[in-house]
Design a protein around this ligand. Structure first.
Ligand code: ADP
Length: 398
């Protein structure tokens, strides 16, 4: 060992000793302070500001700890899940009763990855989107925040769109299949009278497809608000008479009588006469189509005044707030009670097999309902199966 090596070793030893002394000065060895308490990762849940925001928003918020027990649940979450009271500290599965949702929360707590799932809780009947985000403030997963969005409306719209496509393709398939058959028959050069019959049938099928496309277009126009009603004070009697005149040839073919009982003729209705004529024609068409040979159809219109306050008399017979009640009654096959609430849905037909020969798109009542509601009125049906039906609507007095 040279003198230089010795000097260097000594210098190293001295500097190490100095560092040790400095460290000892900065961190005296006694007394050792107790370690600070571990921060409560869910303490923010008790902050008044958090509580105020969580109850004020329309998103459901649930916070669970690492064992999936509820630490926080806001009011919108209670309402969306249809649970009566705050079930704090209950397990998540006991509250939402959905094993898939519980499983994705467990996975998120395990691997720290956010996840989402769609729930349909039975008590509330809604469609909910549940998003689970793990909480790891110190790099350690201490629980998870579940945000719940009510997507019932969006999923209903999506279902309606899917149903519409399915219904339109179903309705088009039948006439297109028979058109194909008819064309093939005509192509095989049948005798002229057979060919003529086939051509007549083809014309009928084309009419059916055209009607479907027209009604679909009209419904789309009405639903998107592109049909402006031209509301004018109008007497109801001529509107009713015109509709009856148009349906009479069809009624005569099966000896069905049609009569009208119009009361309060001195009062005018605030209506778009063409559109109300269209509604009446649709109801009359059904009343004849679903009637029996020799049956009857009656159109009635009468004023329904709001109840006059006690001690007063309503001296103006066509006063503001009065309504016409219009009804179309038939003596036909009627509508089973389980189908009655659904007949105003697009494409809904009672027992397709029973009504196939009658034709029709199943769109007429949906259009009529929109038109009456566009006038501020209401359209509804009453029926006794085997005895007949009455379709009624209300219209404002001018
Ligand atoms: P369409 O008559 O073109 O099928 P609608 O929307 O007008 O379509 O009617 C829907 C369904 O409601 C009909 O297919 C039929 O099953 C039922 N319906 C409507 N009106 C009557 C009625 N007066 N009597 C019996 N059933 C009816």
């Amino acid at each position: 060992m040279t003198v230089l090596d010795l000097v260097l070793s000594l210098a190293l030893l001295i500097s190490l000793g100095f560092c040790a002394w400095l460290r000892a000065r900065r961190h005296p060895s006694s007394p050792v302070p107790p370690p600070p308490p571990a921060p409560d990762p869910l303490a923010a849940l008790r902050q008044p500001a958090f509580l105020a925001v969580a109850d004020g928003i329309d998103t459901g918020v649930i916070v669970v700890d690492s064992t999936r027990h509820i630490q926080f649940l806001n009011e919108p979450a209670e309402a969306m899940l249809g649970i009566g009271q705050l079930l704090r500290s209950q397990s998540l599965i006991a509250m939402i009763r959905d094993h898939q949702a519980d499983a994705i929360v467990a996975q998120a707590l395990r691997d720290g990855e956010p996840r989402e799932i769609v729930l349909k809780p039975i008590p509330s009947g809604r469609t909910l989107l549940l998003r689970c985000t793990p909480l790891n403030p110190n790099g350690q997963i201490s629980g998870a925040m579940l945000l719940i969005h009510d997507v019932t409306q969006i999923s209903m719209l999506e279902r309606a769109r899917r149903d519409l496509v399915a219904n339109v393709s179903h309705e088009l398939r039948t006439p297109l299949a028979s058109l194909k058959l008819l064309v093939e028959t005509v192509q095989s050069a049948p005798p002229p009278e057979v060919a003529q019959r086939m051509l007549d049938l083809m014309a009928q099928e084309i009419d059916a497809v055209t009607q479907l496309v027209d009604e679909l277009h009209e419904l789309a126009q009405i639903e998107s608000g592109r049909v402006a009603l031209k509301l004018t004070p109008t007497p109801l009697l001529p509107v009713v008479e015109r509709a009856i005149a148009r349906i009479r040839p069809q009624a005569d073919r099966t000896q069905i009588t049609i009569s009208a009982e119009i009361h309060d003729e001195q009062c005018l209705a605030l209506i778009d006469a063409d559109r109300i004529g269209q509604v009446l024609l649709n109801l009359l068409h059904n009343a004849v189509k679903f009637n029996r040979t020799g049956g009857a159809v009656v159109v009635r219109a009468t004023l329904v005044a709001p109840v006059a306050p006690a001690g007063t008399t309503a001296d103006d017979p066509c006063g503001e707030g009065d309504w016409f009640h219009v009804s179309v009654s038939d003596t036909g096959m009627g509508i089973p009670s389980q189908d009655l609430p659904r007949i105003f849905e697009r494409f809904y037909k009672v027992d397709r097999a029973r009504t196939r020969h009658a034709g029709g798109t199943g769109l007429g009542l949906a259009i009529a309902k929109h038109l009456i509601e566009g006038h501020g009125g209401r359209l509804w049906a009453e029926s006794t199966e085997g005895h007949g039906s009455t379709f009624s609507f209300t219209l404002p007095v001018a």
